[in-house]
Design a protein around this ligand. Structure first.
Ligand SMILES: [Zn+2]
Length: 395
């Protein structure tokens, strides 16, 4: 007899087929995997015992008796998702289908430093769990998005950012004192990119996301996975130099960065009013013609950077998000114009350039997907499945 390789055809892979909708009945799972029906039965027993799957009310017709359809039990565990912003932090509890069970927003000051802020977040999340009556539900994982470059493996903020004072602090170790579960930490733009891909473009192989807000950033999905580069700095187009538009001082210390020309703070500087993307968005809502002109111009400048990325990555889709990216079409028009002008036809033939479809809570969805992808990955799950026990919770 050959040895059974768990990661290849273990319960984790069977669960993956069910959650992806590839195979949702015993018969279909046997067909797709080539496993004997008895082996499929064992794998499913393991998943039922761990309360990871349940029978759906739906059934599919088949020869003989109808097949029961299997589905993920979304309450097998909950995911804590926290999206830290420059002035507001959103905290949410999600089920495994990414539905928000409860959430709250608080004004937290990044300047208070990691120890104070992470303890505050922990206390607020605990309150949320109690409010929702989830004290007895296993926590599958904790996802945290930060407005800074993050070394994903190390779970630390690296280099210059608005999170001054957080550099190199071991965030994961701090959070794991209270939450002994997988703690995954990433840059906020990477999480927006992941959310966009998983929610709206799951079949696109390559997606490029641009966030236009007070700051400017981008993220990329390559071959279905977020690409973070060697140190987590991949995609930081906001602080790459753009030639030909003057060299204003940037807040990172360099001059002439894309953000120093088109970031919300830079537009406010040029317009001589307000100080961030919110102020610009407010002027746009009033139909202020100077703000509209500034945003159109910003679109053309941003188009230079996006065109370069298009030539480099040949994405299937470019998604524009952030407060300024989702306020009207003025920014988008400029970007489209320059990208189509500058890129080779082969790179743009099937390219779609679209605004984000998220109205809000994209960061929460991204942190949730990050955790879900990790804890439901077949290898992770198989390693944690012990007969009759939930794979989630303390570890
Ligand atoms: Zn800069």
């Amino acid at each position: 007899m050959t040895t059974v390789l768990m990661a290849d055809d273990g319960p984790g892979r069977v669960l993956g087929l069910i959650t992806a909708g590839t195979a949702r009945t015993r018969t279909a799972i046997a067909q797709v995997t080539g496993l004997a029906r008895s082996t499929v039965g064992q794998r499913l027993d393991t998943l039922f015992d761990a309360q990871l799957i349940r029978e759906s009310p739906e059934s599919l017709p088949s020869r003989g008796r109808p097949s029961r359809v299997l589905e993920l039990n979304p309450r097998a565990g909950v995911i804590i998702s926290v999206d830290v912003g420059e002035d507001r932090t959103r905290m949410a509890i999600l089920d495994l289908n990414m539905a928000i069970i409860g959430d709250r927003v608080e004004k937290l000051k990044l300047g208070d430093g990691p120890e104070v802020l992470l303890d505050r977040i922990t206390a607020l999340v605990r309150e949320l769990i109690v409010q929702q009556g989830l004290e007895q539900t296993a926590v599958a994982g904790f996802g945290l998005g930060l407005p800074a470059p993050v070394d994903y493996e190390a779970g630390r903020v690296m280099g210059w950012s608005v999170m001054s004072g957080w550099e190199n602090y071991d965030i994961r170790r701090h959070l794991r004192r209270s939450w002994p579960v997988p703690v995954l930490i990433d840059n906020d733009v990477n999480l927006l990119t992941l959310a966009e891909h998983r929610r709206f473009w799951p079949s696109a192989r390559h997606l490029f996301f641009v966030k236009a807000g007070t700051g400017v950033g981008s993220g990329m999905v390559i071959d279905g996975a977020v690409n973070r580069g060697a140190q987590g700095a991949a995609g930081d187009i906001g602080h790459a130099h753009v030639a030909g538009f003057g060299d204003p001082q940037c807040r990172c210390g360099n001059v002439g960065c894309l953000e120093s020309l088109v970031g919300g703070w830079a537009l406010a500087r040029d317009l001589g009013e307000g100080h961030d993307a919110r102020d610009i968005a407010e002027r746009l809502r009033r139909g202020d013609s100077a703000a509209v002109a500034a945003l159109r111009n910003a679109g053309r400048i941003m188009g230079e950077s996006v065109a370069y990325a298009t030539s480099l990555l040949n994405p299937d889709v470019i998604v524009l998000g952030g407060l300024l990216g989702s306020t009207g079409d003025d920014l988008m028009a400029g970007i489209r114009q320059v990208v189509y002008q500058r890129s080779l036809p082969l790179a743009t033939r099937r390219l779609q350039i679209v605004p984000t479809r998220f109205k809000s809570r994209a960061g929460i969805a991204g942190a949730g997907h990050l955790v879900r992808d990790h804890v439901l990955a077949p290898a992770t799950l198989d390693a944690r499945l012990t007969v009759g026990k939930t794979p989630f919770g303390d570890q």
